[in-house]
Design a protein. Structure first.
Lengths: 185, 94
């Protein structure tokens, strides 16, 4: 175990024993990852902030019961986030998504080049397509592209082998192709 | 078995699919960028998580209470018996 991993292990041990300062370090290391995951799962900043807070409140409340395994601590946080997002989707199934162009503080539309508007619409279309995928496939894409994790690291978080992740990724791209209705000719 | 022409067609289709998936990957790369939550939000959440006053409920020491009450009861009864010994109740006249 290299010194950095040893320190991480020590911090986690202290957090499990109830040391708030240690948990605070874990919070600072992981909050942006969890926020990003939830942001892309929910599609808006406000809910991402609210759910991220709930993830860490829940984690803080249960940290003394956390049992260390080969699975990284981050995976536990992602699992909590996953469950809260699933509940959020269930509770907000009729909620209308606010398109990104309405969330971002834009200048008057007439001042924004048409090409820029087109790019944003394309972006929103792609993000909506991603949100139609299954939970696991969304998580895989977010971990791969937003967090830049390797297949092995993604497998550690999701509890799957590297080979399974590669296969899942390929199937995800194929499904995305179908959702985006890109003709294969 | 497949003819050379058919094999070439399959090869072309596979090549096209590969290009298509690469195109999707490029779009994903441009779309899925790390978001940075506001520093104010992170600091406020940090404060909220770690400076909440915790209400602690003291666990009652029930054993001690039971012992105390029992001791008091026994002591009281003993005192009554002692007093009764010193001051017996008068016999009723027939």
């Amino acid at each position: 175990m290299n010194p950095n991993e040893y320190d991480q292990d020590l911090i986690l041990d202290k957090a499990i024993q109830g040391d708030e300062e240690a948990f605070s370090i874990l919070y600072q290391e992981n909050v942006k990852k969890i926020f990003n995951y939830i942001y892309y799962r929910t599609g808006n900043n406000h809910d991402a902030e609210d759910l991220t807070a709930r993830v860490f409140q829940r984690a803080l409340g249960h940290i003394t019961k956390y049992q260390k395994t080969n699975v990284p601590f981050t995976a536990w946080l992602y699992r909590i986030a996953h469950n809260l997002v699933a509940n959020w989707h269930r509770d907000n199934s009729r909620r209308k998504e606010v398109p990104i162009e309405e969330q971002v503080d834009l200048k008057q539309k007439s001042d924004v080049p048409e090409r820029e508007i087109e790019k944003r619409q394309e972006l929103e279309f792609l993000l909506k397509a991603i949100r139609k995928l299954s939970n696991d496939r969304q998580m895989l894409l977010i971990l791969k592209y937003v967090e830049d994790l390797s297949n092995k690291e993604i497998g550690d978080v999701m509890g799957k082998s590297e080979g399974a992740i590669k296969s899942l990724y390929h199937r995800t791209l194929l499904e995305l192709r179908d959702v985006l209705e890109i003709p294969n000719e | 078995m497949f003819s050379k022409y058919q094999m070439n067609e399959v090869g072309e289709e596979m090549g096209e699919e590969k290009n298509l998936l690469e195109l999707i990957e490029k779009r994903l790369d441009r779309a899925l960028l790390p978001m940075n939550p506001e520093d104010d939000y992170l600091n406020n959440l940090n404060s909220k998580l770690f400076s909440q006053q915790r209400i602690s409920i003291e666990k009652g020491d029930y054993l001690r209470a039971i012992l105390l009450i029992s001791f008091a009861f026994v002591t009281g009864i003993s005192i009554l018996l002692i007093i009764k010994g010193f001051f017996p109740s008068p016999k009723k006249s027939r």
